[in-house]
Design a protein around this ligand. Sequence first.
Ligand SMILES: [Zn+2]
Length: 114
Amino acid sequence: MHELAITQSILDIALQAARDQKATHIREIRLRMGPFSGVVPECVQMYLDVLAKGTLAEGAKIKVTTVPLKVLCRDCGREGEIDRAHIACPYCGSLRLKRLSGKEFMVESLEVDE
Ligand SMILES: [Zn+2]
């Protein structure tokens, strides 16, 4: 059910942005996600297909870009980026990391019809 709640908030953000732009239809919703968000893009798309029915976002496609997570190393004090394949400090290999990136996902931009 994780993705359902997320999809609803993505849709709310996208619809608000589209109304602000006076768009008539949303074609694509571009998202940025952290590597550990646990969100499955296919699930978001599936829920969006259902939730967006009858709205400006009906038929919109989800496009996801995965971005590395910014971290601060508690051992060497340097800032670095980690992803699923590299979860240790890139400088000293420590696992004692503090997460710096705020949101695990965000709506980056929309492709809309005016
Ligand atoms: Zn380090």
